[in-house]
Design a protein around this ligand. Structure first.
Ligand code: NAD
Length: 706
């Protein structure tokens, strides 16, 4: 059963019991409806309490049912809420744990609500491109007042119950008590209210403003403009404003109709589909289908990090934040001091911004043991190396580590490009070796590619995923290949960007097109930020490994001229002192324009006008085709894993759902047709534009990646 009915004297207690989050699946709705029916009919019951557990009251709709038929089967959530509101006896919601979305709407249908201090309450539907569709937009403004309700609905952010209880005149919570006392307090309130009639229903209240002087028209105009400016690509936030306006201006029933119609319309938007896809994809990522049943993670109580450079310090910060002691090893005192200073600098920055309390800063630093002594790694359960990207250096490090690390310790490499299977062979325990590919800055970026070597043991993989989760990373498992999932794909994206310049586009035009598509930065701005020398080094290596691979040599010309990007003040753009102190601004560079022109002359190319659509089609198409190859090779387990890599590691616009989701939305047939067109372009790489066999097959069969 997903809900239980019990009794406390003359009070019926209905307890939601649908782990992990008491989602309102059809089974749960049926169980609650049956329990309400039974309690309402029972003459021995005077009042009803609806409860969850200490962690969670209810997290709302069951996302896995949202796109299927079950969501429409009675009792639908709206019907259940109406049934509760129409109950002949008082129903009190006992909210001792997180209360979100449909869970809050369910509580709003009750006659009274008791919440625990510290309990988080939210209507987060906007984050998946929707609005609350079970009365939230109509009842919350009546319970809380228009302004705070609209803020919650439009932002989707959780708010602590005790803060909401301070809103003057609020009717959301009757009582806020210690979380451990919520159930008792709710039962007591139910007993007190047992004989009180009429029952208070939020639908009977008016939604009011904090100040009587507010003109509703002016308020909603302002709210709509503000929200529209903040969420250019998203239809949902503005629709939330529209719905709350109905709560003020229309009857309750008319407002509910408006909300329902708007919800259905938003469900069909590509933005909401993409965001829902991303939500489920994130939960699927990091699940490994072929882990033998009963695999248990190893214990990780102490961590070692080798190398206190850019990545090593960021990686260490993650473990410290997760409360794990870290031994940080360097080769020279100077490098160690620099690393520790950098790490401390980040923590102090967080302190200044109020993101970290002084005692937390001290606690984190107390967990750090910087040292030049490798023997200090002997007690570590997990060691990650982040030394120079050179196989010979990695060999030295892993051979030495193999001699020191305790049996069963997990040995990980943060390499971006080197072969994890080769690295594993530098040890006598390849089963304990895997890749943990963090993204820079490692303490900020959510993505962690967990690279599974040929020999990696299942429990090592599972442990890495658990540790990743503990650090609040989004883990995606990748097989071994050059660049793993993300960087292998992005290389083709940058290659296409180069061809586009050869043919007639400017770096500014390409960047603008990709920014309009939704990336925060286009490829050339990104290159300038990361340093053009990084790509240069990769291309030099490629020239040896794959001498026939075509690419635009213009980027090399830039590097030969020392135009490495922001760090040298010049790259694809000129980076000049900006109006804000300490900030630079990127300006189109006449020098680069000249370089481009002579480069084209050398190639004998007469520049042509390239439409933004073609820029997007080729850059994102390059990701899609390589993504399809990764799927075929089994490097990525799911198309949605690739989407998650791009959403969390590469700034792909969330509301487009990732490259594979984008391709599905465009239609794979159309994607293949476009690739065939690109393949006919003499300045492009026809071999690359051969649709990956998987893509071609899915397109033929009219199917999708996801
Ligand atoms: P870095 O040059 O900033 O730092 C490397 C550090 O390792 C240096 O401080 C160096 O003194 C130290 N080191 C070298 N050999 C050592 C040894 N034998 N023992 C102890 N310390 C040693 O480099 P980084 O950017 O932090 O990159 C480190 C690794 O992370 C590389 O494999 C790189 O490919 C990978 N990586 C880098 C990025 C990035 O954006 N920088 C992203 C993902 C992965």
């Amino acid at each position: 059963m997903t809900a239980h009915l019990s009794r406390r004297d003359r009070i019926a207690v209905i307890t939601l019991d649908h782990p992990p989050v008491n989602g309102l699946s059809l089974a749960t709705r049926r169980a609650v409806a049956a329990a309400i029916e039974a309690a309402d009919d029972n003459p021995g019951v005077d009042a009803i309490v609806l409860a969850g557990n200490a962690q969670i009251f209810c997290a709302g709709a069951d996302m896995t049912e949202l796109d299927g038929p079950k969501v429409l089967v009675e009792p639908r959530l709206i019907s259940l809420i109406n049934r509760i509101e129409g109950c002949s006896k008082p129903v009190v919601a006992a909210i001792a744990g997180t209360c979100m979305g449909g869970g809050l709407e369910l509580a709003l249908g009750c006659h009274h609500r008791v919440a625990g201090r510290g309990v988080k309450v939210a209507l987060p539907e906007v984050k998946i491109g929707l609005l609350p569709g079970a009365g939230g937009t109509q009842r919350l403004p009546r319970a809380l007042g228009v302004e705070p309700a609209l803020n919650m609905i439009v932002s989707g952010e959780p708010v602590a119950a005790e803060r909401l209880a301070q809103v003057p005149g609020q009717r959301l919570f009757d009582r806020v008590v210690d979380a451990a006392e919520v159930l008792d307090a709710a039962i007591a309130l139910a007993a007190e209210q047992a004989a009180v009639r009429p029952l208070p229903r939020l639908r009977d209240l008016k939604a009011t403003f904090a100040s009587a002087a507010v003109s509703p028209d002016a308020y909603f105009r302002f709210a709509r403009n503000t929200v529209a400016a903040m969420s250019r690509h998203m239809p949902a936030p503005v629709r939330c404003v529209d719905a709350v306006e109905q709560a003020v201006k229309a009857t309750f029933d008319a407002g509910m109709t408006f909300e329902g119609e708007t919800f259905l319309a938003l469900m069909l938007t590509p933005e909401s589909r993409a965001l829902r896809h991303a939500f489920l994809a994130e939960r699927a990522a990091g699940k490994v289908a072929d882990l033998p049943e009963g695999t248990q993670p190893r214990n990780v109580r102490q961590v070692g990090v080798i190398g206190a450079g850019t990545m090593g310090t960021g990686i260490a910060l993650n473990f410290l934040a997760a409360g794990l002691p870290v031994v940080l090893v360097e080769q020279t005192q100077d490098a160690l001091d620099k690393g520790v200073a950098a790490l401390r600098g980040v923590l102090e920055g967080q302190l200044k911004k109020g993101k970290l309390k002084p005692d937390a800063l001290e606690a984190r630093l107390a967990l750090l043991q910087p040292t030049l002594d490798w023997q200090a790694l002997a007690g570590a359960d997990l060691v990650i190396e982040a030394v120079f990207e050179d196989l010979a250096v990695k060999r030295q490090v892993f051979e030495r580590l193999d001699g020191i690390a305790q049996p069963g310790a997990i040995l990980a490499s943060n390499t971006s490009t080197l072969d994890i299977d080769a690295i594993a062979q530098f040890t006598r325990r390849p089963q304990d070796v895997l890749g943990l590919h963090f993204f820079s800055p490692a303490h900020v970026m959510k993505l962690l590619e967990v690279v599974r070597g040929r020999a990696t043991a299942p429990d090592v993989l599972l442990t890495a995923l658990r540790v990743g989760k503990r650090m609040r990373k989004t883990c995606v498992v990748s097989g071994v290949c050059d660049g793993f999932i993300g960087n292998r794909m992005v290389e083709h994206y940058f290659r296409q960007a180069g061809f586009l310049i050869d043919e007639g586009a400017t770096p500014q035009q390409v960047d603008r097109a990709m920014e309009r598509f939704g990336f925060a930065m286009g490829p050339f701005a990104v290159s300038d930020l990361a340093g053009n020398d990084i790509g240069w080094a990769i291309r030099k290596r490629r020239a040896v490994e794959q001498p026939t691979l075509r690419y635009s040599t213009l980027a090399d010309t830039l590097c030969e001229a020392g135009r490495f990007g922001q760090k040298t003040g010049a790259g694809w753009y000129d980076h000049v002192a900006g109006s804000k102190p300490g900030r630079t601004e990127a300006r189109p560079s006449p020098v680069v324009a000249q370089m481009i022109e002579s480069h084209r002359q050398k190639l004998g190319i007469t520049p042509r006008r390239i439409a933004d659509d073609e820029i997007v089609g080729r850059l994102v198409g390059a990701l899609v085709n390589e993504g399809a190859r990764l799927l075929e090779e089994g490097i990525a387990a799911r198309a949605s894993d690739i989407d998650i890599v791009y959403l969390t590691g590469y700034g792909f616009p969330a509301w487009r759902g990732g490259p594979m989701c984008w391709a599905d939305t465009q239609g794979l047939f159309n994607i293949v047709q476009a690739m065939k067109r690109y393949a006919r372009n003499p300045h492009d790489d026809a071999t690359f534009w051969q649709p990956a066999p998987l893509l071609a097959r899915l397109a033929d069969e009219g199917r999708t990646f996801n």
